[in-house]
Design a binder for this molecule. Structure first.
Ligand SMILES: [Zn+2]
Length: 462
């Protein structure tokens, strides 16, 4: 599988917001009035309270509180301490949650650039303003309930909507050809068209063949293969062929994904008047793709000073994923990490024809075929080639799964799958099924080589 193209998700949204301060770690302890090892907003509160005459300091504390060392503890020390805290680099304490939003987002959310759309909000009014362009009124109201006046009396909320485009995560659509020549490009969900009584399910791709079932008008009909005239249908437990003149497609097969992405906040740091939030994308264990994600980060209000700093969110992509084929790895562990051993192992798979024995799927991926072979120890040409392809890749070879046709004994062309291995400028064919069926060498042969099949390549499946 060619590695999916991940989103160009690097983003740096710079949003005007208030200053945040919290000094959780500090080497310098100037201004550490309460003696907890750091000078932070708690010390500033203590100092302000003292200067305003609202609270007392001990003698030691009062001495520490003379920040500028002029022998007095007054408003100038408050100003100095504030500057000291603002100038330092520090981590901010935070809590972050993300919500996946599957419905109720607006077109503005879909169009939202990853470089835009974050806010620091300090009130329900600001929250409503921040979310309303992106979320339905009902969803906004949910957030207004969650983050109410009581919340904002203690905290500041950073909200960052992120839209993940599902097509960037979808597995490449792979069309395969059944042995009858029908293509999975016709796969999907159909219904009847111009059918008043019923549509026949026939045993062959022919109106003259026996009818073995009837599809009523407006039925929902799953289709796995078709040729434009006849479709492979299953209805009411009966599988056969139906005339596509009387069918129309109502939906494509459900997409499958390379992985389901989610986001998490990794850190919040304050540096030189700027609040930097880093977040990263990770593989979720969820099964459904949720394109809209709202990151919500809470920091305490006492660490927040509203005098105009900026903050940014940087979302990093996960590291490039290496091929993750656990079953192929286990097979290599068993037969030895060697390309020819991998080939022999794939070619030794018990032959098991596609129809009617092989299960049907709409997820015709390299992984599907390979998993089937490794798990069941049997399969057809696609299965053997996919097994070899995965093992070859784990061995570091540039291997691709090919779908096409080869001549059959009766002179017609039959669907077939093999692999190509690219070494330097040379493309070799490795065809485990050819070796399996003929007993001849199918390892590192070339197209057109005598004694091999006449390969008609149709597509690279990965
Ligand atoms: Zn067919």
């Amino acid at each position: 599988m060619k590695h999916h193209k991940l989103l160009g998700l690097l983003l740096a949204a710079t949003i005007t917001a208030g200053n945040m301060l919290h000094m959780s770690v500090s080497a310098a302890v100037t201004g550490d009035i309460n003696g907890d090892g750091s000078a932070d907003s708690t010390d500033l509160s203590l100092l302000q309270g003292y200067v305003l005459g609202n609270s007392e300091l001990t003698q030691t504390q009062a001495k520490t509180a003379d920040i500028n060392g002029d022998g007095k503890t007054d408003i100038y020390d408050v100003v100095k301490l504030r500057k000291t805290i603002l100038a330092s680099d520090r981590s901010i304490k935070y809590t972050a949650v993300t919500d996946k939003i599957t419905t109720g987002y607006t077109d503005a959310f879909k169009k939202l650039s990853v470089n835009d759309g974050g806010s620091a909000v300090t009130s329900t009014t600001e929250l409503k303003t921040a979310l309303s362009p992106y979320l339905s009124e009902a969803l906004v109201n949910n957030y207004l309930t969650k983050y109410n006046d009581t919340f904002f009396s203690q905290s500041v909320l950073l909200v960052k909507p992120v839209f993940l485009t599902s097509s960037n995560y979808q597995k490449k659509k792979i069309y395969t050809t059944a042995e009858c020549g029908c293509s999975s490009s016709y796969a999907g969900t159909y219904t009847t068209k111009n059918v008043t009584s019923y549509l026949n399910i026939r045993v062959e791709h022919s109106a003259a063949s026996e009818s073995i079932g009837r599809i009523p008008p407006n039925a929902i009909i799953p289709v796995s293969y078709g040729n434009g005239q006849w479709a492979h249908v299953t209805y009411d437990g009966i599988s056969g062929y139906a005339n596509m003149d009387y069918m129309q497609k109502i939906s494509e097969p459900a997409p499958s994904y390379e992985f389901i992405p989610d986001l998490k906040v990794d850190s919040i740091k304050y540096s030189a008047g700027k609040l930097n939030i880093t977040a990263s994308e990770f593989k979720s264990t969820a099964t459904d793709f949720a394109p809209a994600i709202l990151i919500q980060t809470t920091i305490s209000k006492k660490d927040y000073y509203a005098n105009g700093t900026t903050w940014s969110v940087t979302i990093t992509q996960p590291p490039e994923l290496k091929y993750d084929y656990p079953l192929a790895k286990a097979r290599l562990d068993a037969v030895g990490w060697d390309l020819q051993a991998a080939f022999k192992s794939a070619a030794a798979t018990t032959y098991y024809g596609q129809k009617p024995d092989m299960p049907q799927t709409t997820d015709y991926s390299l992984e599907w075929y390979a998993d089937y072979g490794f798990t069941n120890g049997k399969g057809n040409c696609y299965v053997m080639a996919a097994m070899f392809c995965e093992m070859g890749r784990l061995l570091g070879y540039d291997v691709h799964l090919i779908s096409g046709k080869v001549p059959l004994k009766d002179g017609s062309m039959g669907a077939h799958s093999w692999t190509e291995v690219k070494i330097g400028d040379t493309t070799y064919v490795c065809d485990p099924d050819f070796a399996h069926e003929t007993g001849n060498n199918g390892y590192m042969i070339t197209y057109g080589q005598s004694g091999t099949w006449r390969y008609v390549k149709e597509l690279v499946m990965d």
